[in-house]
Design a protein around this ligand. Structure first.
Ligand code: GLU
Length: 312
């Protein structure tokens, strides 16, 4: 992350950042890196650091993990204004965005379950044909539900058929007529910086509302960043590619475009990024072992960053 300027311009909005963990596990050292970089950025610029709880995946979010997030951040010396925004309390905002996109005729109900879609892709690939994958490695949605007549969609939904809502990517891009750019002040995994050309097509027909919860990560994060007047999105490089989808949604929904500062990740001894699912040591367990906040910041690669008082 480059050094930030400490001058502020009266005409500019107050620098506002957010740390946005999902309460589906305990925080690890990788989260600390993101939280501290956000906190320090706001403190240096006299800006606002917000904590957002990304609990849109209601099946996986747990109140005890949310409580642990509060405890871990406070232990590190990070504070935030109350109340925090919890995505589960704002479904109406995501529904309003979906309604906008439906009005533009850019959404369709997708009836294939995840396992049906996977089976379909395996079938296609077994014939030797290749099938596109998104930047996270997931196969593009193989269903052709976007071509279903509207009466048939309505009938299936009325019959209670489970469905997600997907963006018709081709239709969305057709209406744009311009390459979407974003300002990258950190860097992508391959060192990308400056004006970045978004490549939303790489994601195929992304799901914007899931079968089991009312908004996808992509939709909720984009809507929330706009509602919370986030000026700078500071997050890990693992979300660099996803920014293409967020940039497209901003364009379609007429939302402001924040600056992006993707930061490098904390890697484990095998060079892989830390993850909850791979059992990365939690901050809570490190604390129980007697590790200090300074040690944790050191492991997070932010030892040189002071918490505590904002700079003058
Ligand atoms: N909730 C996401 C996560 O925990 C972060 C989203 C973001 O910073 O855009 O990985």
């Amino acid at each position: 992350m480059p050094n930030v300027s400490t001058t502020t311009n009266q005409d500019q909005p107050t620098p506002t950042v957010r740390f946005a963990p999902s309460p589906n596990g305990l925080l690890h050292v990788g989260h600390v890196r993101s939280a501290v970089l956000n906190w320090r950025y706001a403190a240096d610029l006299g800006g606002i650091f917000l904590l957002r709880i990304e609990d849109i995946d209601i099946g996986r979010a747990r109140p005890e993990y949310e409580a642990a997030i509060f405890e871990d951040l406070a232990w590190l010396g990070i504070g935030w204004p109350a109340p925090v925004r919890r995505q589960s309390e704002h479904f109406a905002d995501y529904e309003a965005a979906l309604t906008e996109l439906r009005k533009l005729d850019l959404l369709y109900p997708a009836f294939m379950s995840r396992s049906e879609a996977q089976a379909q892709v395996r079938k296609i690939e077994s014939t030797g044909q290749s099938w596109p994958r998104d930047p996270d490695g997931a196969a593009h949605y193989p269903g052709d539900d976007r071509n279903l007549p509207s009466a048939e969609r309505t009938r299936r939904i009325a019959d209670g058929a489970p469905h997600a809502w997907r963006l018709d990517m081709k239709a969305a891009l057709k209406g744009l007529g311009t390459t979407l750019l974003w300002d990258e002040h950190g860097e992508g995994p391959a060192g990308e910086t400056g004006k970045i050309a978004a490549d939303p097509a790489a994601w195929g027909d992304v799901a914007l509302a899931r079968r089991d919860f009312p908004a996808s990560y992509h939709l909720a994060v984009t809507v929330d960043d706009a509602i919370q007047d986030i000026t700078d999105v500071i997050r890990g490089q693992d979300l660099f590619a996803a920014t293409s989808v967020h940039r497209l949604l901003q364009q379609l929904l007429g939302l402001p475009v924040p600056r992006y500062r993707h930061h490098s990740l904390v890697l484990d001894s095998t060079g892989r990024k830390l993850s909850k699912s791979d059992g990365a040591a939690s901050i809570a367990s490190l604390r129980d072992e007697g590790v200090t906040p300074a040690d944790v910041m050191n492991r997070a690669g932010v030892a040189d960053i002071r918490l505590g008082e904002p700079s003058a």
